[in-house]
Design a binder for this molecule. Structure first.
Ligand SMILES: Cc1ncc(COP(=O)(O)O)c(C=O)c1O
Length: 434
């Protein structure tokens, strides 16, 4: 069993040690830290919940740091990578993931990218029926010289509804992703009876905000479809569909009080709804968890550069805002972190200020506000504010607006630190715009 979140006390110990040792320096106005032991324990826990032949394609988009990708690959032989673009595919290959450990999922793959993926031997999840025709053309075309083919699945939208966060829900009646199961069932069955090489199915219901039951319903709907199609494929002497990709999306706790489903509960429910998926002679499962693996292992610290007092509103001026916390700033009703305040030596500050605090970022628009009306101890210049549970979908969404340097990113195990990515220099920053 792994804890849902890192505690403020353990983060405080690491912060003090990072300040004392100079790992966080004067110029590190902000930094992102990863507890690598915790990350390892989460990934081990994930692999222990599924059959051994499962491929866990960790969603690169949640955390594309090369050092983290390398680290995760070393934890278990069935850790793979889910890539949302040819760029992410390239990163996974460069980091040493084998082609058969890479799941390629973009909804807008070009012909060239499809040819490359098939030749390289990735597992491709085709997004729509036009893309499927392109793959068929490649298979038929001699000039494409497809020597190694990998495997091919089709993304199907199970149409089971939307979660609480519309922007990250993708299994409603309408979705820009996949082929809708109810609206296009006949075309889907036809596709699976036409293409012998189409041996996989794929779904992804949404990311955060989708209750576990909704995720299980989606898997159940696709499972029922797959069993029916497999009977028809067998009758037609075609190899059965044997790759079932359940996507990611299991929500995580962004605070210590939320009741959040565990991975065991989730897997138990899938097993009861779709038992054959766990028969390893029938199916190979693929998972694509991103948020669940990375988010709770990382935290961000920003120095409070200034404090402002205006009637009953206090504002702490920070070094991170919408550049690192895009979703939190643009969609504040759905994304909430826990915050802890430390003094300049890294000692936790206790108590409650009489007024609430707005946490403002450094960018030039008023929506650059991490959170409003947060209850904190009195904040002073030079304090450190920690934003908990920020290891996923934060640095991967970094915005170049206002051209601020990316922070130093640090990994640690107990008190041993390593730099995962150095703070960007001004020269490197200029290079982006040249
Ligand atoms: C196709 C696909 N797979 C996996 C994921 C990862 O989702 P999560 O990080 O919530 O597990 C996403 C996220 O948007 C996705 O679009």
């Amino acid at each position: 069993m792994v804890e849902n979140n890192l505690s403020a006390a353990s983060i405080g110990n690491t912060l003090r040690s990072a300040l004392l040792s100079g790992m966080i320096r004067e110029e590190d106005t902000s930094a992102i830290l990863y507890d690598l032991s915790y990350l390892e324990s989460r990934i081990k826990h994930l692999t222990s919940c599924f059959p051994e032949n499962t491929l866990h394609g960790i969603a690169i988009k949640a955390n594309p740091l090369v050092r983290i990708l390398e680290f995760m690959k070393g934890i278990a032989p069935n850790i793979g990578a889910e890539a949302a673009s040819i760029g992410e595919v390239t990163m996974a290959l460069k980091t040493g993931y084998r082609p058969d450990q890479i799941v390629y999922d973009s909804p807008v793959k070009t012909m060239q990218e499809l040819e490359f993926a098939l030749k390289t031997g990735l597992h491709i999840n085709v997004d729509n029926l036009s893309e499927l025709n392109r793959v068929a053309m490649i298979y038929q075309s001699r000039s494409a010289n497809v020597t190694s083919t990998g495997s091919v699945g089709l993304r199907i939208n199970p149409q089971i509804g939307l979660g609480t966060i519309l922007e990250s829900s993708v299994a409603g009646e309408y979705s820009k992703f996949g082929v809708p199961l109810r609206h296009q069932r006949a075309q889907l069955e036809q596709a699976f009876l036409t293409h012998a090489w189409l041996t996989g199915v794929h779904l992804h219901v949404g990311s955060q905000g989708c209750p576990m039951e909704m995720l299980v319903d989606g898997i159940g709907a696709l499972y029922d479809f797959t069993m029916v199609v497999n009977a028809k494929r067998r009758n037609a002497n075609l190899h059965a569909i044997d790759v079932f990709d359940i996507g990611g999306g299991l929500p995580v706790a962004y605070n210590t009080i939320s009741a959040i489903p565990s991975m065991e509960e989730y897997v138990g429910k899938i097993r009861r709804r779709a038992p054959q998926l766990f028969n390893t002679t029938v199916f190979k499962l693929i998972t694509e968890f991103g948020r669940w693996t990375c988010t709770n292992a990382g935290w961000t610290v920003s120095r409070v550069e200034y404090v402002k007092h205006d009637q009953s509103i206090n504002t702490a001026m920070l070094h991170v805002g919408a550049d690192l916390f895009l979703r939190e700033c643009l969609n504040p009703k759905d994304w909430h972190h826990q915050y802890t305040l430390f003094d300049r030596e890294g000692r936790i500050k206790e108590g409650k200020d009489v007024n609430l605090w707005n946490l403002a970022g450094p960018l030039c628009f008023s929506g650059d506000m991490l959170a409003k009306e947060v209850c904190l101890p009195p904040v002073e210049e030079g304090d450190y504010l920690v934003i908990h549970d920020s290891g996923g979908y934060t640095f991967s969404m970094w915005s170049r607006y206002n051209s601020r340097q990316t922070p130093r990113i640090i990994g640690y195990r107990e008190d041993r630190f390593e730099i995962l990515k150095e703070r960007e220099t001004l020269e490197e920053l200029l290079g982006f715009w040249e």
